[in-house]
Design a protein around this ligand. Structure first.
Ligand code: TYD
Length: 220
């Protein structure tokens, strides 16, 4: 199946726990809405009711590594079809808190599953829907751990695990330099916000100039 989505812009925000994604997404949403844009915020795992149920299962922390990966992918498939694609088709800017790169970084580089295999599974789960831009909020695990206020089973992984995940994010960013922009998340919140808003506005201008659509579709 091959389909395309017009008009909207698909933005994903990635980073290790405590990078400040939630704060920045909420500020970005407010700023873009002030510019008169339609904005849809979603998160993974989550999105719709099924995704939030999967989130609850995952955060209880009892799944074996492959089961964990497949649950994240199931939530992603649901979020893509039920939330992200309809919003893009309606012309919205979608701000997604974590997407494909989190699975590659956490389950691949963090837990030791094959990153290449995860990329293929991500393509299947999303039907090849790629973000227009991914903003990677980079922070040291020490700072990230100090910042964390929520301590679910998955979010108590510790510094060594988060160091592997962070390195994984860096490797993914190097391999996808056109899509992923790495920002220093240790700078003051408002400065980081200004950088993110500028990036999104640049992509909006580039996309409207090119009249590009969001393409998806895999041969299975
Ligand atoms: P999230 O609530 O976004 O954590 P935070 O707000 O602290 O960034 O995500 C919950 C946890 O799930 C987080 O530790 C990252 C992990 N995760 C994966 O391991 N793989 C994935 O594919 C996704 C989407 C999240």
């Amino acid at each position: 199946m091959t389909t395309s989505c017009s008009a909207g812009l698909f933005v994903t925000v990635e980073g290790i726990d405590g990078a400040g994604k939630t704060t920045q997404i909420s500020k970005l949403k407010a700023a873009l809405e002030n510019q008169g844009r339609q904005v849809c915020v979603t998160r993974e795992p989550g999105g719709d009711e099924l995704g939030e149920t999967v989130r609850h299962l995952l955060l209880s922390g009892t799944a074996v590594d492959r089961a964990e990966l497949l649950l994240f992918l199931a939530a992603r498939a649901q979020n893509t079809d039920r939330v992200i694609v309809p919003a893009l088709q309606a012309g919205a800017i979608v701000l997604c808190d974590r997407y494909i790169d989190s699975s590659t970084a956490y389950q691949g580089y963090g837990r030791g599953l094959d990153p290449g295999h995860i990329e293929a599974l991500n393509t299947f789960a999303t039907d090849a829907l790629m973000p227009d831009i991914t903003i990677l909020l980079d922070i040291s695990p020490t700072t990230g751990l100090v910042r964390q206020s929520v301590h679910s089973a998955m979010e108590r992984e510790g510094e060594q695990f988060l160091t592997r995940v962070r390195q994984g994010f860096h490797t993914i960013a190097q391999n996808s330099a056109g899509r992923i922009v790495v920002l220093d998340a240790a700078i003051p919140v408002n400065d980081l916000h200004a950088q993110m808003l500028q990036l999104v506005n640049q992509r909006l201008s580039a996309k409207s100039a090119s009249g590009a659509t969001v393409k998806r579709g895999v041969n299975i």
